[in-house]
Every structure is written in C-alpha cells, then in structure tokens.
Ligand binder design. Structure first.
Ligand code: GLV
Ligand code: MN
Ligand code: MN
Length: 417
C-alpha cells in the first residue's frame, strides 16, 4: 500500500488553525495563544470538527470537551487504535506544539483512506482538552479525566484566575454532564500513538527525522502562597518589612540551586509565574503566589529536590517572618512506552529507510496519562533549534510529513491486527 501524505493540505490547515489565536502579532514568528474554553479555543474546535466531518469521521464530545473522531473498522467490536494530541496553546506560544499530532493524525487517517486502506480495528483521533495548565493550573486535564487520574469532583472545583470553576466554564462552553462519564475503561485503546514535535534539540543536532519515545518524564507542580506584611514603599522602614516578594526571590533561587545540585541533566525546575499583591511600584509586596514546575525521569530524585526546597523554605520563613504555604497540584509518575508499539515503529522506519533514535520525552504529553489505560508510544519529529513554547517554534513541512507517514504506516499495521 502506498500512503501519500498531502503536505500542502496539512500545511495550510496548520496555518489556518494558527489563525485562531489571542496573541498579538509577533516579529519572532507565528505567535499563538489559545487557552481552553475561550471563544478562540471554541472556534478552533469547530474548525477541526468541520475538517473531520469532511473526512467522514464520526464525532463524539465528552463532558470535559475531549473530542473523539472515529473511523469505524471492519470489526467495530475490537478495541480501536488511538492517536491524537492537543490544540490549546500557552500564552505567546508557537503553532506546532500539539497541533501536529491532531491535524497530523487527521492527515494520517485521510492518507490511509485515500490509499484504499480499510482498518480491521477502528481508528480514533482524539483532541484533548487543556493539555496546557494555563487556565486551571494543571496540565493534561482531559487525559487525566479519561484515565481516572483526577477525581471528577476535584476537577470541577478547579478555578481560573477569575475564580470561575471548571464546571461553570465548561458548561458555558457547551460541555455539560457529569465528569464521571469521561473516564474510559482500561484497555479502551488497543494501542495508542501520539505524534509531537520534540520540543528539544536532539533530533535536529543528530540529523535524525524521527524519535521513538520510550519513556515520558515525571512532572510535578506546586503552588506557594507567601504572606508577609506590606505597606507604603516610602514610609515602611526597611528593618520592619516582611516583604513577600523578597522571600519569593529566595525561594525561586532555592529551586534553581537544588535542581542543579542533583547533577542530573534530567532534573529540571522552573518557577514560571508569580502573582504579586498589590502589584504597585510604591507598595511593599504583602502576598505572592508562585507556581513551580519540577520534572525528572526519576521521581525519587524529583522528590529529593522538593524536600531540599522545603528545608530552605523553613529557613526563609524564620529569617524573614513571611509565612509560606505549599500546595501540591500534581506529582505524577513517569510512563514507559509499550514494547510492541515501539517495535512496530522501528519496523516502519526500517522498511521506509527512515533513520530514528529511541529517546525520552522530557516534556509531558497526554500520552503520559493514556499510558495508564492503554499501551502507548510516541513519535517525535525535529523542530528548529529545539525551540518550543515560543512563536519561533518551527517544524518543516518535510519533517511533519515524515512524522505523519510513520504514524499512518504504524496505525495501519496495528489496526490490521
Ligand atoms: C507540555 O506542554 C509541557 O509543559 O511539557
Ligand atoms: Mn506545550
Ligand atoms: Mn504539546
């Protein structure tokens, strides 16, 4: 079977999808901001559904807004092959993160249909709700619920920065019903595959078109609420201050120091947001909220970092008279890819004479949670300079085309079994 990926169609759809954005134009590249359940996100979903309908796929939306697009196999009683990713984008991001796995998954299905392939197992494309943690502070919201990793009650009670709950926001967006209906039974997918840009530099540096992901690193995130004593920036005397932002600065540096101290390249820690109250140049900060993202392929080592940070926090509190409250948002184990899918991907690459390497994903993906209910693997393609979560994120049409053709060929193999 000759599978022909239509790169013009796919490239123009990626461009069209990128136009659904709340980011101001950027000189650095195509800036995309698409936060879950904003009108922009909803318009992008409609765009995707229109394409999928045109491709003859059946649509199902669940209560949290995950969207399933199904190509029925000749034996619908068999567990399907799943693929997909996300279309939400963090503020001021690029146009390839997630979207390559969604529109690329659609293109893989269309290419298989156009090649005359009839799958025995159904093939399902899935667009996950809120892989990015931007709005509700926790990543992979859709896949956490699909895999039963997050309780429906906790999920519905999550709040955004306007104190609107997920329940309110999703209902307003047209996704109602109990979140307890979202969870998929274990083994729902026979095999699961996600195509994604690498978001790191290794494939490009080594001149390799494909990475086969063997494991996904374990992410954790925390919030820290610091409370000091604020007041007038001129009148409040220096020795009497309990400046919450100064304490936050020490906490941030403790994260950096303790992350580096593991000596492992796989330990990464980032404080990516800080909310300062009252946030005026002439007012001593009285309250600060920080969000910490901490990851490692080794969860015990990750845990040792947060423990060291906690010891520093105790010292910072004592020294500065600022109280620090820690809230765990999530601390997830890593995931391992399934040997059968990895072998199928290797065979596909070898047959097509495509060079590849096996590698670890240091970014998280919805596949981390799909791994809890199905055998998974991921396909990585190179992106320019390894850049991601920035407007200058770029993957060439050729790189995307190779990824889609590997995905299509692997799905064809797995769906025939
Ligand atoms: C996903 O976007 C991640 O932050 O790894
Ligand atoms: Mn991302
Ligand atoms: Mn992504």
């Amino acid at each position: 079977m000759k599978i022909a990926v239509n790169l013009d169609r796919l490239s123009s759809e990626l461009e069209d999808l990128a136009s659904f954005s709340d980011a101001p134009p950027s000189e650095e590249g195509t800036a995309v901001t698409r936060v879950v359940f904003t009108s922009t996100d909803l318009e992008a979903r409609t765009f995707l559904e229109t394409l999928a309908e045109k491709a003859g796929l059946r649509i199902r939306r669940d209560a949290v807004g995950n969207i399933f697009f199904r190509w029925e196999g000749s034996d619908p009683s068999l567990a399907p092959i799943g693929t997909g990713s996300h279309t939400d984008a963090i503020p001021h991001a690029g146009m390839y993160d997630g979207t390559v796995g969604v529109l690329g998954g659609l293109e893989a299905i269309r290419a298989l249909k156009e090649a005359g392939f009839q799958p025995k197992r159904s093939i399902e494309l899935l667009m996950f709700t809120s892989e990015e943690p931007t709005r509700f502070g926790i990543g992979c919201l859709g896949s956490r619920l699909l895999s039963g990793t997050l309780s429906p009650e906790k999920a519905d009670a999550l709040i955004d920065k306007h104190e609107r709950t997920l329940e309110e926001v999703r209902t307003a967006a047209g996704f109602s019903g109990g979140l307890d209906t979202v969870k998929l039974p274990a083994g729902y997918y026979h095999h699961w595959l996600e195509l994604h840009i690498e978001q790191g530099p290794l494939l490009e540096r080594e001149g390799l078109p494909i990475g086969i992901v063997t494991a996904i690193a374990a992410p954790a995130s925390y919030k820290f609420y610091l409370e000091g004593f604020g007041g007038h920036a001129g009148a409040l005397l220096m020795p009497e201050r309990k400046d919450a932002l100064c304490a936050a600065a020490e906490l941030i540096l403790s994260v950096e120091r303790n992350t580096l101290a593991t000596g492992a390249i796989d330990t990464v820690g980032t404080v990516g947001t800080a909310q300062i109250h009252p946030g005026a140049v002439n007012s001593v900060p009285s309250r600060v909220t920080l969000e910490l993202d901490l990851r490692d392929i080794d969860p015990a080592r990750r845990e040792s970092v947060i423990e060291a940070v906690r010891r520093d926090i105790a010292a910072i509190q004592a020294k500065r008279g600022v109280t620090v409250r820690e809230e765990l948002v999530n601390a997830d184990p890593p995931a391992t890819s399934d040997a059968t899918i990895v072998a199928a991907l290797e065979e596909v690459c070898r047959d097509a004479k495509i060079l590849y390497k096996k590698m670890v994903s240091r970014a998280y993906h919805d596949s981390l949670f799909m791994a809890r209910i199905s055998p998974i693997a991921m396909i990585f393609i190179p992106c320019r300079n390894g850049v991601s979560h920035r407007p200058d994120e770029y993957a060439s049409p050729e790189a995307i085309g190779t990824g889609v053709s590997v995905l299509a060929a692997a799905m064809a193999r797995l769906a025939a079994q």
